[in-house]
Write a protein that binds this ligand. Structure first.
Ligand code: 3NM
Length: 208
């Protein structure tokens, strides 16, 4: 799997007066290098249409495209992978359906992270690091201490998520994060491109 720095997930509720296409294009212009379609509200047909659009757009930027939950939609549009939650189709079963496509899974404890690694996940989400309003089934923040555990132990790529903002990203990077996954701070920004550039700058600073 290609290394990424800024993983941006869609969140249309944060930009009611702008189109999904506009916002995600700007994000990639600003350096977002991993994109996920996450839509818990639309019908399957609507999700499919959005996925088709985002597949084309991400191809333009040569950015991997991941679909949350809808394995059938991911396969239909030729997405690069899928992202699963702990209550979705188990990883081992999902692997049978998607072959060598990317499978990411959200984890909220070191036990879940170990299990994901053991079962062949390509990457894990680690969160929510901070409180967030972007996830409906809100779980208590895992804090940067869980991130530290993952950074020390887990060998597959991991990406911190949940409440990550420009003002607290340093804390995440100092705890071992090498990339970040963001919704509201990016897609809800009045300057999507500038916000992405600022995240990338901070991440790159930590690489030197
Ligand atoms: N998953 P924001 S936290 C979609 O912990 C999602 O697995 C999480 O949105 C997890 O950047 C989260 O606006 C929401 O806080 C991230």
């Amino acid at each position: 799997m290609k290394r990424f720095r800024l993983y941006v997930i869609t969140g249309e509720e944060f930009h009611p007066s702008r189109t999904l296409k506009e916002v995600m294009r700007e994000a990639m212009e600003g350096g977002a290098d991993f994109i996920q379609l996450r839509d818990k509200k639309s019908t399957k047909k609507q999700v499919l249409e959005k996925a088709k659009m985002l597949r084309e757009l991400t191809n333009e930027f040569d950015v991997p495209f991941i679909v949350n939950d809808h394995i059938d939609v991911a396969l239909a549009v030729g997405a690069d992978g899928i992202h699963l939650g702990q209550d979705d189709l188990p990883l081992v079963e999902a692997r049978k359906l998607v072959g060598d496509k990317i499978i990411g899974i959200s984890t909220h404890s070191i036990e879940q992270a170990r299990e994901a690694e053991r079962n062949g996940a390509d990457y894990i989400g680690v969160g929510p690091i901070f409180p967030t309003k972007s996830k409906e089934d809100v779980v208590e923040p895992v804090t940067v201490s869980y991130l530290r555990e993952v950074a020390n132990e887990i060998k597959i790529p991991f990406v911190p998520i949940g409440g990550i903002k420009l003002h607290n990203v340093d804390e995440v990077l100092n705890a071992g994060g090498k990339s970040v996954c963001v919704i509201s701070e990016v897609v809800g920004s009045s300057d999507v491109k500038g916000t992405c550039e600022a995240f990338i700058r901070k991440i790159k600073e930590c690489e030197t």
